[in-house]
Ligand binder design. Structure first.
Ligand code: ADP
Ligand code: MG
Length: 497
């Protein structure tokens, strides 16, 4: 059995590695720093939260069918054999008396720091409708959930880390979408219609056209989030008066730009996801549109189950593309993120079958291995050709004389980025000078010579490229002249070439 177990473990590792490759580590050679280093694995963390009885009369007459055993395990009656219980162990178990702060501090807060390392993280609330997903993620003004707490901390963290004088400048943006009947809808711009999910050459999942709002304070966040939440598609089912029939996805991006050389940039994405209910629609009494909605929701969740199984079994094909939800989660499950799944369950007997199925899904999910990597590259202006100023070529004393409008062209195209130093920039002129230092010396000599002869022309080193090419052609000719003159005036510096 041990051998079989380790083979399965190897297959899982391989599946995680290939999923990481699929999701981009190393597929695109373009400027992904450190992508060649194999990132250490990080298992999807799974927590289970049991909510208290919400109906005041229940509890005494309807004893709970789930019982916590310790901070990681719980047991539930075995429907096949009433003498036995089914036992489950997770990374954390939060009982009915646990607070919002317990869940946040115990399972969510620890992964936030990865965002500032340029890594992705995601928190998913799973479970049947009415089991407490929205309470866990959103909460209420009196009992704020994971989303407001995470935003509060993240914004505070980015303010501290990005303060002036610190090595990185930080900015945060938010997007908010829902997947409803396999359509991706922008909650910050409800008129935008169904959006397409794409993958870039680095394996990052993105949604072109999705609104992205910069936020620098919690008030900014609320200003966008609260009205958008009201745009969510909600309907009533027999299970829950305000049951959500859609998957709500809040995406928070932390963008970092290094202020000094080597001018790296990093992007960390945080997904905070309130999934639609995992209940079996045959028991909710859904009809017509509601049944159609449940069907679509269950398709997405069914594919989510298949994705988890494929990752666990090391199958070569992971069916991420079979639903919008799994396509979106491609870099969160078996991909590049630090992920935590919070399975919400209810104590009432009528939830029993949905609770068992949610626990089984949670137990399978904890076998999934991710390989988070740092999403780091060079800032665009540090890669592209940048014109060097005379100041940078000539050094400090000459620079004072050469200060002029040319310097404005050197400024970074990115408002937050600091200008690159001469050593980082790759201009054709710099290449020329580094290939042949003697040539630079000769040009300087020629410049001085022309100036001393009262030439009207601009100094060669600040001449536009087109004219410079012409001038370069004449350098050899002029060089002969310099040689000739230097023979006549031996104190003049001579070319070494
Ligand atoms: P879901 O989003 O999974 O459908 P909700 O979050 O809407 O479920 O929860 C259903 C009801 O139970 C709501 O009235 C909610 O306030 C309440 N509830 C859920 N979890 C808790 C909890 N841990 N403590 C107190 N009330 C809770
Ligand atoms: Mg809900």
């Amino acid at each position: 059995m041990a051998a079989g177990g380790s083979t399965q473990q190897r297959r899982r590792e391989m599946a995680a590695a290939s999923a990481a490759a699929i999701s981009g580590a190393g597929r695109c050679r373009l400027s992904k720093i450190g992508a060649t280093r194999r990132p250490p694995p990080a298992r999807v963390r799974v927590a289970v939260r049991l909510r208290p009885f919400v109906d005041g009369t229940a509890g005494a007459s309807d004893p709970p069918c789930v019982r916590g055993m310790d901070s990681c395990s719980l047991e539930i009656a075995n429907w096949r054999n009433h003498q036995e219980t089914l036992k489950y162990q997770f990374d954390a178990f939060y009982g009915e008396r646990s607070t919002q702060q317990d869940i946040y501090a115990g399972s969510v807060q620890p992964i936030l720091r990865h965002l500032l390392e340029g890594q992705n993280a995601s928190v998913l609330a799973y479970g049947p409708t009415g089991a407490g997903k929205t309470h866990t993620m959103l909460g209420s003004p009196e009992q704020p959930g994971v989303i407001p707490r995470a935003l509060m901390d993240l914004l505070q963290l980015t303010r501290e880390e990005g303060a002036e004088g610190r090595p990185w400048a930080l900015s945060v943006t938010m997007s908010y979408l829902e997947i409803y009947q396999e359509k991706v809808l922008d909650l910050l711009d409800p008129a935008s219609g169904d959006l397409v999910i794409r993958e870039d050459c680095r394996g990052n999942i993105l949604i072109p056209g999705l609104s992205q709002k910069p936020i620098s304070s919690f008030a900014d966040f609320e200003r966008h989030f609260l009205p958008a939440s009201r745009n969510r598609t909600v309907g009533a089912t027999r299970l829950n008066q305000r049951s959500s029939r859609s998957h709500a996805v809040l995406l928070v991006k932390v963008d970092q730009r290094e202020r000094l050389a080597p001018f790296r940039q990093r992007e960390g994405k945080l997904y905070l996801i309130d999934l639609a209910g995992s209940e079996d629609n045959r028991r909710t009494g859904n009809k017509g549109l509601r049944l159609k909605e449940s069907g679509a929701i269950n398709t997405s969740l069914f594919v989510l189950g298949k994705v988890v199984d494929a990752l666990n079994q090391g199958l070569p094909r992971v069916p991420y593309r079979d639903s919008k939800l799994t396509r979106l989660l491609q870099d969160s499950l078996g991909g590049s993120a630090h992920s935590i799944l919070i399975a919400n369950i209810a104590p009432e007997r009528r939830f029993y079958l949905d609770t068992v199925s949610a626990l089984n899904f949670a137990a399978r999910s904890k076998e999934v291995i991710n390989r988070p990597f740092t999403n780091e590259s060079l800032q665009p202006h540090a890669l592209g050709p940048v014109k060097l100023s005379q100041k940078e070529l000539l050094g400090p004393p000459e620079a004072k004389r050469a200060r002029g409008p040319e310097e404005e062209e050197i400024g970074s195209p990115e408002p937050m980025a600091a200008p690159a130093s001469a050593s980082q920039k790759l201009s054709p002129l710099q290449k020329l000078s580094s290939m042949d230092p003697a040539m630079l010396e000769r040009l300087l000599s020629l410049d001085r010579l022309l100036a001393s002869q009262g030439s009207q022309g601009a100094p060669l080193l600040s001449t536009p490229k087109r004219e410079r090419m012409v001038l370069m052609k004449t350098v050899e000719e002029k060089d002969l002249e310099i040689e000739f003159r230097s023979r006549q005036h031996p104190q003049m510096p001579r070319s070494t070439s």
